[in-house]
Design a protein around this ligand. Structure first.
Ligand SMILES: [Zn+2]
Length: 125
């Protein structure tokens, strides 16, 4: 049986999981999961602090998630009017300075001319 490393929540040491089959008569009824260092018994598999799972748990924390998920991928967003230098937005309309017509931020056109300033100052009123 492969030794499974755990980081015991009871004694705080890196030790091994001690797995004992539990029998009732001749029938296997379950397993006893305990720390090989201190003997602390874990009630079930989910409660066992497996050592190789801990780094994953740390990598994917809520803090790592993007606070403002971008609904457009980079390529999809490339030609959108809202990223074009000719796109003008005011409280009443979104307007294309090149085509002199009302546009939507999510439209795109062949005359797209990327707005180079990366700040969002253009979109604040
Ligand atoms: Zn322990």
């Amino acid at each position: 049986m492969a030794k499974v490393e755990i980081n015991c929540t009871n004694c705080g040491t890196e030790s091994f999981l001690h797995r004992d089959a539990l029998y009732e008569g001749l029938t296997k009824t379950g397993e006893s999961l305990s720390c090989s260092a201190c003997g602390h018994v874990y009630p079930n598999e989910e409660a066992v602090p497996f050592l190789n799972e801990i780094p994953q748990a740390i990598v994917f924390t809520d803090a790592d998630r993007s606070q403002n998920p971008n609904i457009f991928s980079k390529t999809e967003a490339e030609n959108l009017c809202r990223y074009c230098t000719n796109y003008i937005v005011n409280p009443f309309t979104q307007f294309c300075a090149l085509h002199k017509k009302e546009v939507q931020a999510t439209e795109s056109c062949p005359q797209f001319n990327k707005y180079e300033d990366n700040s969002d100052s253009k979109f604040t009123l």
